[in-house]
Design a protein around this ligand. Structure first.
Ligand code: ATP
Length: 354
């Protein structure tokens, strides 16, 4: 059985900018995959192509085995799309809004009513039925956007930063809804900057950097393994100015500051030998830091992400995909004719786009 989402050597160039630069991945049916990357890494561009809203410059993308370029209508019937920017209309209530989209999707009569009722109940929109859709809070707006995306009961949900701008309570509510959808067996592809949340709800995490996939794995193995330096993390708290920990660490070649904190800092010591930790603690105290806490912490997803980016900068083998020799960013207009169903072998240059 084909994957729910299958992407092979996907490229999207804007002029000379390689927004998506030879991306390949599969997301199995019924799984939740988090899409992680810095601002401008290429997440939205990749998702928009999957949602049939943009054409690849080159490469192929399929949803449930159906090519997004060749059969966009079939793909649209299979996917629910939640964009990061959501347009709604003035003078339209929540109910009118969903009714409008249900009609546009071709639902009529009692079927239309029952689809609307079902999504309103699911996304907790019933109390908001008569509210103007452009006067909702961010959390309510996201629930309306989710309701709209679910009207046709899609198998695959593509959600671009759905938690952005939500307060903690609205984030918890959204996470709860996503969990229910996952339990129902939907495939969910979700981008977010909040790595800790993604780790909790995703079966796998896909990291993208500068248009290229740099890691695809599950959250637990990411947290545990592949720490390039085999480092260990400590929370250090002091009685005194919290910045004194960072000031001290800057002068210590074997201590790295991961984050400054209210009472000190989170540091990394590059080996897991306890003797080294004892040595660092001893030096801190001897050199005047009044340490009140020094305890080991788990490696988290942010650490893993920062490590992966660091390894790329250092040119670690296996992390940076091989360059495509002779690849020049196409400068001409994107054409549908350049899109192929056939994967291009990774070591082959994409043909020039005319
Ligand atoms: P963010 O987290 O900030 O939303 P992202 O990972 O979703 O970032 P994209 O929106 O995919 O990143 O953008 C990837 C790159 O492509 C960026 O450099 C962006 O400026 C550029 N880009 C995106 N859309 C266009 C466009 N229509 N024309 C030109 N450049 C674009």
């Amino acid at each position: 059985m084909s994957a729910a989402i299958s992407v092979r050597n996907l490229f999207r160039y804007f002029g000379t900018l390689k927004a998506v630069d030879g991306v390949s991945f599969d997301i199995p049916h019924g799984s939740v995959c988090g899409f992680v990357g810095a601002n401008g890494a290429g997440k939205t561009t990749t998702m928009r192509m999957l949602a049939t809203l943009d054409y690849p410059t080159l490469g192929s993308a399929e949803v449930c085995g159906i090519n997004v370029v060749n059969h966009p209508d079939k793909v649209r019937a299979l996917i629910g799309w939640m964009p990061d920017q959501f347009g709604n209309y003035e003078h339209m209530t929540v109910l009118d809004y969903l009714d409008f989209y249900a009609r546009a999707l071709g639902y009529t009569g009692s079927e239309r009513r029952s689809r609307i009722e079902e999504v309103m109940a699911f996304a907790d929109l019933v109390p908001l039925a008569d509210r103007l859709s452009n006067k909702l809070s961010k959390g309510m707006t996201q629930r309306l956007c989710l309701g709209r995306a679910l009207l046709h009961d899609p198998q695959v949900l593509i959600m671009d930063e759905p938690a952005a701008g939500l307060d903690p309570r609205a984030r918890v509510e959204l996470k709860h809804l996503i969990r229910i959808l996952a339990e129902e067996g939907k495939t969910i592809f979700i981008s977010s900057h909040i790595l800790s949340e993604l780790g909790e709800m995703c079966d796998s995490l896909l990291f993208i950097n500068a248009g290229r996939i740099v890691h695809h794995g599950d959250a637990d193995s990411l947290k545990l393994g592949s720490d390039a330096g085999g480092g260990v993390y400590y929370d250090v708290q002091v009685d005194g100015p919290p910045e004194s920990v960072s000031d001290w660490a800057v002068l210590s070649s074997d201590v790295e500051i991961m984050e400054t904190r209210k009472r000190g800092a989170r540091i990394r010591i590059p080996t897991n030998e306890s003797a080294r930790a004892a040595d660092v603690l001893g030096r801190m105290v001897r050199e005047g830091l009044r340490v009140t806490e020094f305890h080991r912490e788990e490696r988290n997803l942010e650490d893993a992400f920062i490590d992966i980016l660091g390894q790329i900068e250092e040119g670690a083998p296996g992390l940076t995909p091989p360059p495509h020799p002779g690849t020049a960013a196409p400068t001409g207009p994107t054409t549908l004719g350049s899109v192929t169903d056939d994967p291009i072998p990774p070591d082959e240059s994409p043909p020039p786009v005319t």
